[in-house]
Design a protein around this ligand. Sequence first.
Ligand code: HEM
Length: 542
Amino acid sequence: MAILNKFTTACWKNFQGDRPNRQLFSIVRALHKSAASEALGISAAGEETMAKRLITPANVGEKTTIKTLKEMPGPSNLSNIIEFFWRDGFSRIHEIQMKHRQMYGKIFKSRFGPQMVVSVADRDLVAEVLRAEGVAPQRANMESWKEYRDMRGRSTGLISAEGEEWLKMRSVLRQLIMRPRDVAVFSDDVNEVVDDLIKRISILRTEHSDGATVFNVNDLFFKYAMEGVAAILYECRLGCLENHIPQETQDYISALHLMFSSFKTTMYAGAIPKWLRPVIPKPWEEFCLSWDGLFKFSRIHVDKRLAEIKSQLERGQEVQGGLLTHMLITREMSVEEIYANVTEMLLAGVDTTSFTLSWASYLLAQHPHIQQQIFTEVTKTLGPGAVATADDVPRLPLIRGLVKETLSRLFPVLPGNGRITQDDLVVGGYFIPKGTQLALCHYSTSLEEENFPDALDFQPERWIRKHTTDRVDNFGSLPFGYGIRSCIGKRIAELEMHLLLTRLIQKFHIGMSPLTDDVKAKTHGLLCPAAPIHLQFIDRET
Ligand code: HEM
């Protein structure tokens, strides 16, 4: 188990003490504000310039060329209803993004009943929006998450919290897991999970007559991602890759599957008016049921660790541990906030990582010559059979390129991102009033020929910098978001993906099974394979 910190009984006082007082919170907030400016690359003077650029509604339509939302093009309400409800557009959100971009241009508006969304489908405009973000950007459509938490008296976590509440939790967590060196200490834990996955592949291959095929690799990568992220978050192993998965882990997987399988209904659980719930109860009931399962699982693991810490301290022993231990001891967050955050982080970290791994392996199988190039890089850099750690990753640019080309370009697992604007803005020549819902269309920008020549080709080497001043475009592809509200688990996800893909390429030639056709993507909340991916894992000669 990675050791982040050592704690002595002195910390126990802190552990039992009060939550940070308001004065401290103001300091944290001030620090955070400057950190946010830093992350966004703007100085105090820059912020002022930004503020001056804001326009009031009175300016609009005068002698300026600034246009109103009324003038913004976009599909009609009726065509949206047909596209989404008649033609099952919910599973083709990524394609619709591309289609609307072609039809209406870089910025367009769509209506979903009373809800109006402005879509931004251009690299430079996305950059404008994100660079103008304040200290606590607001995510869109989180009402149902909050309602569930209020109903059950639970705290919000990073994903669902807003404002000061979010800032406080973010300032705690960003110091623990945001930098590559923060997560490098987890290399051994992750590598143990990789060992188990390799063993699992060997078992699964024997179940097929050719001795090489693994059916539906996403199932395997789901278990890997869950085991890996839990090893870091809960500091324990869950047994996902065992032959017999423990019942409580199985219950969690069921809750996660329920959340995922009923995505379409649960996504709109909050949108269905409360008075209609007695008539259409299923979406809201399933939504609550899956959250109950997810929270229950986190409580079990957090409480278990809490009890261990208490007993160690009572015996006068020094407490050592990782992320969870640190959070429980320092008490910068309450236990309820810790439950909520580990619940939301586990939820955010499993399918995202597993789908990316499925797509990356699929692309490797489709492109054997590229797979061979990456294999050559790995063997030359590490030497035969060596197990990579986080420290080796910077020396494996094609492994990083493989993940980027998969996730930042061809299969961005979150094809879009949402924001509620917190100030009046002008974007692309349009006045966007405060409180407008924005959709940032990352899928369409990541396939833009202007941003990425030969955009449909799989070219991991395009991410390799030939010169230190080289930069492959950033705002054209933001798989983890950008700035102060970006993905807090980015480094954890990267570590899991880099270490696993390196080892898979070292051990196996990954081939396409004849049972796998051309697999298309579909949107189901995330961009996932529309059909199971079956792959062959053939041992490389040692
Ligand atoms: C391939 C894997 C992953 C991808 C592509 C991904 C992507 C994202 C994106 C796009 C966001 C929204 C950012 C924004 O609104 O600007 C996000 C937020 C978040 N992600 Fe990830 N994520 C991944 C893995 C993880 C992991 C492993 C964890 C936890 C261990 C995690 C935890 C979170 C949390 C807590 C947030 C909310 C952050 C906040 O609002 O402050 N994610 N992620």
